[in-house]
Design a binder for this molecule. Sequence first.
Ligand code: SF4
Length: 496
Amino acid sequence: MLIYIKGLEDERFVRPLQLIANLFFEETDICLENNGRSELEIDIQLVDEGEEVAASAVLLAAGEEYRASYRKAVTVLEGKEHFKQVKNVVSHVFLHVLQDYTKITQKWGILTGMRPTKLLHKQHQAGVPAEEARRKLQEDYMITEEKVHLMERILERQLAMVPDLYEVKEEVSIYIGIPFCPTKCAYCTFPAYAIQGKQGRVSSFLSGLHYEMEKIGQWLREKDVKITTVYYGGGTPTAITAEEMDELYELMYKVFPDVDSIREITVEAGRPDTITPEKLAVLRKWNIDRISINPQSYTQETLKAIGRHHTVEETISKYRMAKEHGMNNINMDLIIGLPGEGTEEFAHSLEETEKLMPESLTVHTLSFKRASEMTLNKEKYKVADRTEVEQMMNMAEQWTKEHEYVPYYLYRQKNILGNLENVGYSKPGRESIYNIMIMEEVQTIIGIGCGAASKFIDRKTGKIEHFANPKDPKTYNERFVEYTEKKINKLNQLFS
Ligand code: SF4
């Protein structure tokens, strides 16, 4: 879909308007000059008077006229921040006419970013009264009341769980990436390599990982920086052997400072086919308090279609096995909109979840990530339409409410079905602190291991810098020393 925007000349508008248009149509392009090929034309008039900005939009299609206008006082008179505020005014009228034209309401309004709750935290931290913050989100960003309410509930739970959320920047969290899985799932873009027959590669990867842990641990001790949470992800961290896991956690206790006072240690045991009594015993031995066992769906055909080579029964039996081994904080992930699934299959997944009642349940909405098998062969995978996806999301909301789960984090992704979101629910008090840290970007997260992304956060300015370790084990094995050094240099700047 090519949309011609008449009346705007500044190229900086193209990208934000394209992101908004993508919420309505597939693969939109925006042009500011008429090349005679556009399928839709929107006339936008902008009057920037410095302290006040006004915009109006007119969309003419099939003999109908759609109009919108919006006026707003701006607080910054020049530079980037000024443009941001002007852009919001333009986005406002653009979204408005597209909503009227398509009859689709975008519940997140003009927001296209990943972390909507950060906006609310910003207001809360600045002491803006709740009523005013709510009004701002609804008026300035056109977020619906329903989503604003969701954000408010999440903020409340996050602050209950981490009362020092705005001060926790003095500490860090650690993410440890283990890039192996039994097989690769069709929708996956994580660094995940099928483990069979790659034992040599696994052990050289683990020696690189041990090196990184030692160096980072040493730095934390020297600088006296505390660890808030540790998260083992990947891949599937339980894809390695019980002995390798045992060695890894032993090392963690040895090299990281004060492991006993770390608030939470999570291990993703995502794929049920990797869980064994021996591995569960190792997790217990090292007081790992939270694991994730991910069904994604309780319909066998779906699991087959997405390349998860485990059975529904296995998910259930491994969950029960984990409980018997004393795991008392288990998260389970479900995905809405998997190929071939509609409300019936999702209702079945919720019924099965009800039999297990894990401490937390993360509800993802399928997103077509660019490099995944599923996106590359999109025509092979039939997925539910927007209305049905929304119905499933409502079912999840209703189910969690009835079973006394609370939402405690959310994030959005590009190309997510129905422009919805992923929501983490948990029993009150069992919220994952790491998930809160990563979503709200309140502290530095040091990524160790393959594909691990570090997020360095300046404690004064809040500026975020990303740094990624190599994704494939071969490059990682060749270059982990250099990558560790770079991270330590960055940490020295931040914590000097
Ligand atoms: S188990 Fe998770 S990390 Fe591994 S291939 Fe599947 S989705 Fe990717």
